[in-house]
Design a protein around this ligand. Structure first.
Ligand code: GLU
Length: 311
């Protein structure tokens, strides 16, 4: 058994408790799990519970129960992101002290006329040289140099942050720590070596790498897997009415997740039990089958018959 210290591969699944686990998030969990297990690495489970207004009561329990029922085995205890808030603050202070971050008093209304790009509002730099507002967010300075990385499935990705996002928020005006800061600090504390997650988060990665660079953290490998969509192209999510994954028939649902991940489970695996499905999946895991693929539709021929009631 590998100990945390000797593990060379450390992966993770990091759901936010904003609703039950739906098929799209199960697929992301399965991909990160198989990638870790196929390398005899560790797979950590972190509940990203630092945004109470977005949380749904009972969602954490529902997610943990579903992961257990589906046979996931995580290394050590469940990690709650809310418990590392002091470390998040230390990181923010270090950025402020080095003038890499600054207080910003701009409200949404102040930014109504700011330019918009594919990442949202591009901050025009209003408070870069100081601001006297009482209630402030904290923004991280960006520059015109490109931040690039080579995604394990999607190839070279690059963003010029100053032009494409502008200085971005790392602590909100209401005092809550922003996702980018929290995720980067926690991945570093936990020694994550590779991040496997949905492609909808790929746009965030350059901002996270920028933070890693300023905080002196190593950059893990990134692999962004295709998103599962409804036939009309919308991502499966709580917002588009995707249901929580069922408690019964977990083996069949896992087979559907493998198909969404472009694995080719043999026909008879559809009638096998959960542990046989996991064993096959770990032994036959082929990440490259998804090379360059960005979306999988639930009406694909291979998935259609397996998804009754799932989406
Ligand atoms: N907590 C994020 C979510 O549920 C995922 C964070 C990540 O994987 O980096 O969408």
């Amino acid at each position: 058994m590998l100990t945390r210290e000797s593990a060379t591969y450390v992966g993770r699944f990091a759901p936010s408790p904003t609703g039950p686990l739906h098929f799209g998030s199960l697929v992301a969990a399965v991909a990160s799990y198989l990638q870790a297990k196929a390398r005899a690495g560790q797979w950590l489970l972190r509940i990203e519970d630092i945004d109470p207004p977005r949380e749904q009561p009972g969602a954490t329990d529902a997610i943990l129960r579903a992961l257990e029922q589906y046979g996931f085995e995580w290394h050590g205890d469940v990690i709650y992101q809310s418990r590392s808030q002091e470390t998040h603050e230390v990181a923010i202070q270090s950025l402020l002290e080095r003038s890499l971050a600054y207080p910003c008093g701009c409200s949404r209304r102040d930014l109504a006329d700011a330019p918009r790009g594919s990442l949202g509002t591009i901050y025009p730099g209003t408070c870069r040289d100081g601001c006297d507002a009482e209630e402030t967010a904290i923004r991280l300075r960006t520059t015109h140099t490109s931040v690039s990385f080579v995604d394990g499935l999607q190839g070279l990705q690059s963003q010029e942050l100053e032009r494409e996002s502008g200085d971005f928020i790392i602590r909100r005006r209401d005092g809550l720590i922003a996702y980018h800061l929290a995720v980067v600090v926690d991945d570093a504390i936990e020694g994550i070596t590779e991040i496997v997650r949905g492609i909808d988060l790929m746009d965030s990665t350059p901002r996270q790498i920028w933070l890693q660079q300023l905080l002196g953290y190593p950059t893990p490998n990134y692999i962004h897997i295709p998103v599962v969509t409804h036939p009309n192209g919308d991502k499966l999510s709580k917002l588009t009415g995707a249901a929580g994954i069922p408690e019964l028939g977990t083996a069949r649902v896992l087979v559907a997740a493998l198909i969404a991940l472009q694995q080719e489970p043999p026909e008879e695996l559809r009638r096998a039990g959960q542990s046989a499905v996991w064993q096959w999946a770990i032994e036959n895991w082929c990440l490259d089958a998804m090379q360059g693929q960005t979306a999988v539709s639930t009406d694909s021929e291979a998935l259609a018959g397996l998804g009754d009631g799932l989406w």
